[in-house]
Ligand binder design. Structure first.
Ligand code: SAH
Length: 209
């Protein structure tokens, strides 16, 4: 199956929705999203959909990935912590942007599958299987931390793992639709910016595991 046409259409659609960062658009063009979804959904892979990846989880909508990546304003070699590796697609996009990616996934099966896939595509990243609510203290501080699952509040541990001026991008809320929030570490306080409403799967916490 040829995906180039569908991918070009996806990129045009994202541009018309306001994604203009050239590096983000380039990464979306380079990463083969079709490799990160189960074969049963491959024909829908470039549509504006979150598709099942097993274990009740989903690969995020293309617009969600694009918008979140753009908001991070990544510079080469930035250290980024991703919570919720899932399919590995967002991790691949961040690697393509030149970031040093640290990714945490709570589900061992998903983590191992994503690791294998990312390695097959020669992406260089660090992965940990565990609870992302704790961040990744040993590798902190980070230029940015991105949660790809929705939380009810900001996990305390991760704020301490941000560099000064570091960004925390996290969907917050108790309903299926969450408010994507951007926090910037100003040293003595977190500056808060409300981005938009998005649908995300729930962030699990240790008590629920
Ligand atoms: N970034 C992913 C999106 C995956 S959906 C992609 O590009 O495909 C969110 C993921 O977060 C799921 O894989 C889920 O298992 C994981 N997750 C949920 N709670 C978590 C937690 N506390 N720590 C780490 N990962 C978590």
């Amino acid at each position: 199956m040829q995906f180039e046409k569908q991918k070009a259409e996806m990129i045009k659609r994202l541009q018309s929705r306001g994604i203009h960062d050239a590096a983000v658009l380039r990464a979306l063009k380079v990463v083969p999203r079709e490799k990160f979804v189960p074969i049963a959904f491959i024909h829908q892979v470039y549509e504006e959909k979150a598709l099942p990846i097993g274990f009740g989880q989903t690969i995020s909508h293309p617009y969600t990935v694009a918008r979140m990546t753009e908001l991070l304003n990544i510079k080469r070699a930035d250290k980024i912590l991703e919570i919720g590796t899932g399919s590995g697609y967002q991790c691949a996009i961040l690697c393509e942007m030149g970031a040093q990616v640290f990714t945490v996934e709570i589900d061992r099966t998903l983590a191992n599958r994503a690791r294998k896939l990312l390695e097959e595509h020669h992406y260089y990243f660090a992965m940990k299987i565990g609870d992302g609510n704790l961040g990744w203290k040993a590798c902190a501080p980070f230029d940015a931390i991105i949660f790809t699952a929705g939380a009810t509040n900001i996990p305390d541990a991760v704020v301490k793992q941000l560099k000064i001026h570091g960004k925390l991008l996290i969907p917050i809320g108790r309903r299926k639709t969450k408010t994507l929030m951007l926090y910037i570490n100003k040293g003595d306080k977190l500056e808060q910016i409300v981005i938009d409403q998005f649908t995300f799967v729930e962030l699990r916490n240790e008590k629920k595991i």
